[in-house]
Design a protein around this ligand. Sequence first.
Ligand code: C5P
Length: 229
Amino acid sequence: RNIHNIIVAAGSGTRFGSGCPKQFQPLAGRPVLMHTIDRMRQALPGSSILLVLGEPHLKLWHMLCDKFGFCSPTIIAGGSTRWQSVKNAIDTIKLSPEEEGIITVHDGARPLIDSALVARIIDGLQLASGSIPATPVTDSLRILENDGSSHPIDRSIIRAVQTPQAFDARKLIKAYSLPYKDSFTDDASVMAAAGYTDIALVDGSLSNIKITMPADIDIAAIYMAHETS
Ligand code: C5P
């Protein structure tokens, strides 16, 4: 099956709180996003990558690619929500009539993917419309009620969901042709709204963090150092 990979990196990174969004911050000597792209290329050699970037960051990205001698994947203009950014990329994917393609979607802000994780999500697709990495949660959990009260819930039945996520290409394209909902936080939730609920959960990786706060850069660097040691 042909694999089309979408890497979304068009967020403004407001929670990161610096002028330069998190996906361009240096990590182990290179921008976060270059690690993410390189690891995706290593995990799925020969497959295509669509990189979604915000208009205001195009100049910065081209400058960084020059500086680091980095070959950029095809660039797609981002949207105002993650959903719109993914949709803009999906709209450029044209499947040939017989093609039983796969589309993966990955957050540019998760540079710590590895080939084993990517192989697990692709394998998971054999029996389902989608395949996503998930991890158990370690914090205790509570449900908030409207009246301000809360009650504990059993964390053993909860999973935290990461990217990359892989999907049957035709089904994902169909799901993205339906209207946006505020409840969409990832692509599996877009699939669920379209009725594609058979999603395989594969083991995520605790080191596959999404860079969100400045300290996450340091944490990612520590995880990277451990990989090579
Ligand atoms: O904001 P959050 O960390 O949840 O974003 C997840 C990923 O989606 C990031 O890689 C971010 O760059 C991307 N994104 C995007 N377009 C947006 C918002 C977020 O590509 N409008």
